[in-house]
Design a binder for this molecule. Structure first.
Ligand SMILES: Nc1ncnc2c1ncn2[C@@H]1O[C@H](COP(=O)(O)OP(=O)(O)OP(=O)(O)O)[C@@H](O)[C@H]1O
Length: 227
C-alpha cells in the first residue's frame, strides 16, 4: 500500500468575523502535496495564503473540511497530538525570522528540542551541520543582532529544518530580503529541501522563485486552483 500524502486539505473552509460581517476566505480549498514535492502558492494579497498555511500547519482549525497530515485527520486529534505533529513533522519559515535576540544562532535552532527535553547533544550536532550547510560555520555563537538580514533568515530556515520535518510551510520566506540575497537564500532553501522527500508549500509574491518550484497553485474565490 502506498503511503498517504504528507499533506492534504479537503474542502477546507474558513471565514473571519469582521465589523462588516462574515468574511469568507477559504470556501472549499483542496490541496494535496506529495512527498518530495515543492509547491508554490502565488496569489494576490488578502486572498488567504497565510490562512491556508496556518490551517495546513495546524496552527488554526478550519470551520469545515479536513486537514490530513500523513493520512491522519487533524480535526479528530486531541490538542496535544496536534502539538506533537507540529513539533515533529512540520517546519515553519516566516517572512520575518522571529529569532530570539538574547539567544545565539545555535540556541535559537535547538530551543524547541531543549523545551521538549529531547537529546541535547544530537540536536546541537545537527544544528551545527545545518548552520554550516547555510554558510554559517563558525557563527553558531553569534546572537541575531550580529548577523545580517540574510544570515538571520538562514538561521530561521535552519531552525525550521532542525526537526527533519516531512512537511515544510513557508510564508514569504525571503520576502524581507533584497533581491540578490533573496535569490541566494531561496536557492539554499531549495537545495536543503530537494531530495529530502519533504512536502513543501511556499507562499511567495515572487514569480522568479515560484518558477523554481515543481508546481504553482493560486487561490481563486477561496479555492486552490492550478496557476
Ligand atoms: N484573524 C483574522 N480576523 C479577521 N480577518 C482576518 C484574520 N486573519 C486574516 N483575515 C483576513 O482574511 C483575508 C486573508 O488574509 P491572509 O492573511 O490569509 O491573506 P494573504 O493572502 O496571506 O495576504 P498577504 O499576501 O497580504 O500576506 C484578509 O482579508 C485578512 O484581512
Amino acid at each position: 500500500m502506498s503511503n498517504p500524502p504528507p499533506l492534504e486539505l479537503r474542502a477546507v473552509t474558513r471565514s473571519f468575523t469582521t465589523e462588516a460581517g462574515a468574511l469568507p476566505v477559504l470556501t472549499g480549498a483542496d490541496l494535496t502535496i506529495q512527498a518530495g514535492e515543492i509547491v508554490a502558492l502565488v496569489a494576490p494579497s488578502g486572498t488567504g495564503k497565510s490562512t491556508l498555511l496556518h490551517l495546513a500547519g495546524l496552527l488554526e482549525m478550519p470551520d469545515g473540511g479536513e486537514v490530513f497530515i500523513e493520512g491522519r485527520a487533524a480535526g479528530k486529534l486531541a490538542d496535544d497530538a496536534r502539538t506533537t505533529i507540529r513539533r515533529d513533522t512540520i517546519g515553519f519559515v516566516y517572512q520575518f525570522h522571529h529569532l530570539l535576540p538574547e539567544f545565539t544562532a545555535e540556541e535559537n535552532i535547538i530551543l524547541p528540542q531543549m523545551a521538549a527535553k529531547t537529546a541535547h547533544g544530537a540536536a546541537t550536532i545537527r544544528a551545527r551541520a545545518l548552520l554550516a550547510s547555510f554558510g554559517l560555520a563558525g557563527r553558531e555563537g553569534h546572537r541575531p543582532g550580529k548577523l545580517s538580514g540574510g544570515e538571520q533568515q538562514r538561521v530561521a530556515i535552519a531552525r525550521a529544518l532542525a526537526n527533519a520535518p516531512r512537511i515544510l510551510l513557508a510564508d514569504e520566506p525571503t520576502g524581507n530580503l533584497d533581491v540578490a540575497t533573496s535569490a541566494r537564500v531561496f536557492a539554499e532553501l531549495m537545495q536543503a529541501v530537494r531530495g529530502q522527500g519533504v512536502a513543501a508549500l511556499v507562499a511567495t509574491h515572487n514569480p522568479e522563485l515560484a518558477r523554481q518550484m515543481d508546481r504553482v497553485v493560486t487561490l481563486r474565490d477561496g479555492r486552490v486552483t492550478e496557476a
